[in-house]
Design a protein around this ligand. Structure first.
Ligand code: PXP
Length: 247
């Protein structure tokens, strides 16, 4: 069984589009509430909830994360940049897992994998801090051999393979090659004893192929599920994705 982590960031994106300056929710008119979405996703079978607390706070806010922690009984995966401020926040929050991601203010969403090779010492310190607190740390990396190998060397128990390049290439001639890169990356990570997660750009169509990647433990999926939820509700969107992941 491949597990599903539902990324609810885009629920918060929709709220922030109208209520960026709202303090709390006076009168109950501020919607949608990403925490309520998370609870419904959990009840529909999500194995975990994922949020990315970005430095620019463009979608998920700190108070969302605390409310999630306090009120939703789901495995919480905090995506975070490799900064001291985020390490400190994670140590206070104590999520079950963190996923270390690169962050670039100009990007629309997380566009490339973490450069473990270039940021070696910082990433190593981040992984060690999480390990010391009993928080499982994954590194969000492109499926390149040197990134996978260094992730193992730095003691990361999990990698999340970035499926964005594959998703973008899916309908074009480069799709097969990108899938092969992911397949090889998953094999290499598994061979080094690391758990293999994947995420970014996974949708109801490409899941038919993504699910065939070897050694997959968990997929983190946000945009496609939240988009479908506009038509079907979050429960049906989660159930349908889970059915396609594990037919
Ligand atoms: N995994 C990671 C590490 C991410 O940063 C994101 C969001 O960019 C996702 C998964 C989910 O991507 P999507 O919203 O495209 O499903």
């Amino acid at each position: 069984m491949i597990l599903l982590g539902v990324n609810i960031d885009h629920g918060a994106t929709l709220r922030q589009a109208r209520y960026r300056d709202a303090e709390g929710n006076p009168g109950g008119g501020v919607e949608p509430d990403p925490v309520a979405l998370a609870e419904r996703a959990r009840l529909a079978g999500a194995d975990g909830i994922t949020v990315h607390l970005r430095e620019d706070r463009r979608h998920i806010q700190e108070r969302d994360v605390w409310r999630l922690r306090e009120s939703v009984r789901a495995r919480l995966n905090l995506e975070m940049a490799c900064t001291q401020a985020m390490v400190d926040f994670a140590l206070r929050l104590r999520p079950e897992a963190v996923c270390v991601v690169p962050e670039n203010r100009a990007e629309v969403t997380t566009e490339g994998g973490l450069d473990v090779v270039g940021g070696r010492e910082r990433v190593k310190a981040c992984v060690a801090a999480m390990r010391g607190a009993g928080i499982e740390a994954s590194l969000f990396i492109d499926p390149d051999p040197e990134q996978v190998e260094l992730s193992a060397e730095l003691g990361a128990p999990v990698v999340e393979l970035h499926t964005g390049a594959y998703a973008n290439a899916f309908w074009g001639p480069a799709g097969a090659g990108e899938f092969e890169r992911l397949r090889a990356g998953a094999e290499r990570a598994h061979g080094l004893g690391i758990k293999v997660n994947a995420g970014h750009g996974i949708n109801y169509v490409n899941i038919a192929q993504v699910r065939t990647l070897p050694h997959l433990h968990e997929l983190n999926i946000g945009h496609s599920i939240l988009s479908r939820a506009l038509f079907t509700g979050i429960e049906e969107a989660v159930r349908e994705m889970k059915a396609r992941m594990n037919p």
